[in-house]
Design a protein around this ligand. Sequence first.
Ligand code: C2E
Ligand code: MG
Ligand code: MG
Length: 729
Amino acid sequence: MHINSLGALPSNRVDSPVTTADLRINPLVLLVDDDPTGQLMASEALEAEGFDVIEAVDGVEAVQLFAQHKPDIVVMDVVMPRMDGFAACAQIRQSAAGKHVPVLMVTGLNDIDSIKKAYEFGATDFVTKPINFFTLPYRVHYMIRAKATADELRESRAKLDKAQRIAKLGHWEWQTQDDQCLWSAECARILNVSKLGNTLHTLIECIHADDQVMVNALLERTKIDSQRFSTKFRTRTDNADRSRIIQVEAEPDSTGTMVGTLQDITERANAEEQIHNLAYFDLVTGLPNRANLNDMVDNAITKARIGNKKFALLFLDLDRFKQVNDSFGHNVGDALLRSVSTRLGEVIRETDCVGQIDDSVAAIRPPDKIARLGGDEFVVLLDSIERVEDAAYVARRICKSLAKTFQLSETDVHISTTIGISIYPADGKTPDELLKHADVAMYHAKEQGRNCYHFYSQSIHKLSLERFALERDLRESLESGGFHLEYQPKISIRTGDITGVEALVRWEHPTRGRVSPADFIPLAEETGLILPLGEWVLRTACQQMAEWIECGIQPFVMAVNCSSIQLVRTDMTNVIKSALDATGLDPTCLEIELTESLLLQNVEEGIAILQALKSLGLHVSIDDFGTGFSSLSYLKRLPVDKLKIDQSFIRDLNTDPGDAAIVTSMITLAHNLDLTVIAEGVENTEQLGFLRANRCDEIQGFLISRPQPADDLQQWIERFNSQLTDKAA
Ligand code: C2E
Ligand code: MG
Ligand code: MG
């Protein structure tokens, strides 16, 4: 037996990083043959070509030597005593070192059975006897090289598998034509299933129901265009607590097969979300932070610029927050900040649905419009406000809400807040400018004694103060009975009879004097004061009408203006019913005048409300007709009795052919729909002449009478009726 110069070689190439086998200079061949002559010739031929050789005479010895030396190749005869080549080959293959070692079997010439059997027992190749000892070393060289290549391939595949497992990455192939798929083992692990089938359906089944449609659509498109794609989906949660997030990348290869990867990116996506949250949200309150606010304001600027709108930034600073922190500790301080953020959300939500119902403030949606800048500073973004006073309105509500006691872990905490307001675009065109100016305004407010707000612009500030003074006076007058009604008659053009009167509310203020309804009705609507005011008007008018009827004044109809807010926010049917009950007025003597705006907002709801009103037996008219309707097709469906042509069309009736044409069309339209039509704001006989000629039914206006207090109107009616009687006589 020939042993190479390193002597016995306990080596295991696979298990240890550097082995004696690696240190071998020459490749080691285990030569197994019971024929000493053949053995000698083969070993000499191999050694002459630079191999080291160890020799065994039968299978048993071959297995022992293999285990001991772990040679690079085995050249083994088939027929041997004790243990033949097949059995020895099979045993070598069972050992870790022998799994992939090249085994060259020496078979008899034309011994096809042995050749077949050799393969079955794991031989790598065969050579037939008589051996060509000249070419044998080359053959052995080739086999060792092929094994080295195979080893490298196996090693790199193992590394790849390991890397993919670590990266939670699987790969797949998809023949789009016949929908056949191949998946790497990792794919099933990623998708949390034991096995994946060979069509795409198997993948779809693993996808979260909410993402299936999206992925399906993408795959269907890929079937058609075979284009690269990249997408993400969540896995189903049937067998797991939580969905995993899977990233899919795919592109077509040269044959059109889609090849791609699946990667579980849950941890990364979660980390990204966490990083995003840390970067964009305040840890204490969970509100957007300064960086986030900057983006929010940037977006608001873009939106406002495109829509030619305004928006407001409210910069809040909590008064005496430092004292809270110092006296109660930071935990209470943090709890207070969280409660403040909750209250801010509530105020804005309330403002949204109670305070004002115009679109401007209805557009505010908490809490993404509230940010915390740090410390005790918060910012509220009010986008799409119509009037700057809306911002003041919200600021006041905030001050009021935050001034209420906070109960924090059994401690009662009192604070107040001071607010600075900047308006886009008047007070700045960039987030920085707007924020800076809101901050400056906040300092002005602090100078003025905290728990208040201040606009950056003086003129806006003045305006908002006026508005609130008006609101305060309105409230006081409502309580102290500072309102009264005037009544304006309506006349039938055909008969000249009084058909009705319209009740119009009047406000005489001790210092302001008479305030026009055009100025205070919108404010009453915004502040909700229209509800008690409207109810008072309704009752007073019904009461008056009942009294007139009792005095024997010929029954006519009392028209009461009703704001859309009353219809939306109260159960008007009940309010009217109780006014009728309380005054004993016959419902047919009552008419409700509504403007078009409400009916347009939600036609179906408008129809339902009108039907409910009509079911009481009263009349309904559309006031200021022509100023708002976008579609006449709705008009047809509205259960109303009368159209009041807006006075803006009457004013220049005799000089503006356009107005004349509109009025004529309105009259025709009303008649076609079987409605009575009345013109309001009729001031001269020319207008009356035109309306008469065009068969308008009724008129109302200074030509007949200005609105008058009840007693005056009663005398007017008596005079008017007696003149009529005189004429008739
Ligand atoms: P409106 O319901 O269209 O009322 C008609 C307005 O036109 C009244 O103004 C009336 O004084 C005025 N007017 C009447 N005839 C003439 C005329 O010949 N020429 C001119 N230039 N004006 C005329 P007023 O009283 O200032 O009321 C304005 C608006 O305020 C009303 O318009 C109505 O929308 C609202 N309003 C008045 N009272 C109430 C009320 O009690 N409730 C509600 N919700 N709104 C009311
Ligand atoms: Mg009216
Ligand atoms: Mg009107």
